[in-house]
Every structure is written in structure tokens, then in C-alpha cells.
Design a binder for this molecule. Sequence first.
Ligand code: PGA
Length: 242
Amino acid sequence: MNVTIVKDYESMSQEAAKIVMDQVKKKPDLIVCFPTGSTPIRMYEILVEENAKGNVDFSNVQVRSVDDYVGLPPEHNQSYAYFLDQLFFSKCNFNPNNIRLIHSCAPDMKEECRHYARMLEEEGGIDLIIDGIGENGHIGFNEPADKLMDRYHVEKVSEWTRKVNARFFESLDEVPKFAVTVGVLDLLEAGMFLILSNGTKKAEAWRRLFHDEYISADFPASLLKLGRNVHCILDEASASLI
Ligand code: PGA
């Protein structure tokens, strides 16, 4: 696990955007999973600006899903597809044919996960996954539990996460109870797994990650210690308890 500590949210976003641009330059048809949430918003703004200036070309980049709420249609403003399309995809030169997201409204989600995992395997795996970390240590929607799942799967969203994410919905009742997410092997096998974190709210999770000696399913972020290709960018506030 490689950790970079930078001054603030702006520096974290600049550093992350630079890594994405470097990776796309090295491999123009990179297979990448971009995250939703508040953390990456500024990174997307920077990438949109750089794309407009002609400094990065997304036309051959292949986009896949990190996670999504089960049952939210793509036109819902909190679906993975809508969020990323509004903020990022529609503002850059992505080819819509290269954006293949998991169908979170599929009638049989287990089969959809198997199908998606097979597709990724045939494509040779994911080159770059970018994600955040939950204050409770979740990664993607891999929530604290007795066991963690290896591949794309449906996961019950913890009550803790539902409450935290209720800020994006009109009420807590509207926050879906299930999500589909990458599994831990998907994360660890990616060519690069880039974790972004800003703010003091995440500081306790990082303290636990660095100070606890064990790797445990009840704190999914501890699995980051297993990855050779894990790169974390924290701002000073997130790193304040390390
Ligand atoms: P956030 O979410 O970017 O909104 O903080 C990150 C996460 O919960 O994984």
C-alpha cells in the first residue's frame, strides 16, 4: 500500500486527476471504474477542464461500474449512471459505446453479477479502480460484516451508510436497502486501486487502518493492506490521526 499525504482537498483532486491522465496516456483504452460520492467531485471538474483543453483523450477509455443501488433506474439522480453522466461522462469525449455499467434493475441480480464478472474476466480485468473510504471503513458497498465477498455481488446497505447517504435523497426511506458492488478480489486484482480521502470525518477510519494489526471483515478498509497496487491519497485532515 502506497500512501501520499497532500495539503487539502484541492491538492488531493489535482493529484488524482494527474494519475488518471497519466494512466490514460499510457493506455488509451484503459478499463476504469470511476466512483460516485462527494470525494471525487473536484477531480471530475479538473478532468473535464483538461479534456476540453485537449490534454486527455477519453474516446477509447472503457468505463465499468464500481457499484450502484439496486432498483434505482439509470434516470434516477442518485443512480451511478445519472451521477457520473451529469458530472463527467457527458462533459468529456467518452464514447457511449465504451460505457458498460452493471444493470442495477436486472430481474435477476445474481445472474447479472455473474455475467458482469465474466465480461470483465474476458476483457482481461480492470486496469484502474478509483474509490473512497466510508467513515465506517466500507469500500465500495462492501460493508462491515462477518465475511466479505470476492466478486461483484449484491450487498445489504448498512443502516449506518443509509443514514449517511440520506443527505442525497429526500428522506431516509428513499435510500435503497440493497446495492451491487465490486468484491474485494476485484479491488485487489485491479492494475491500480486508487483511494481518495479528504476531511476529518475519515480520520478515525485511517487511524484504525494504520494502527490495528489485523485484517478483518468487520473493517473492510483493512483489506487495503493486502494490495500491492493500492495507492491512497489523503489530505492532511484525513491523515490527522495517523
Ligand atoms: P463520499 O463517500 O465520497 O461521499 O465521502 C465515500 C464512500 O462512502 O465510499
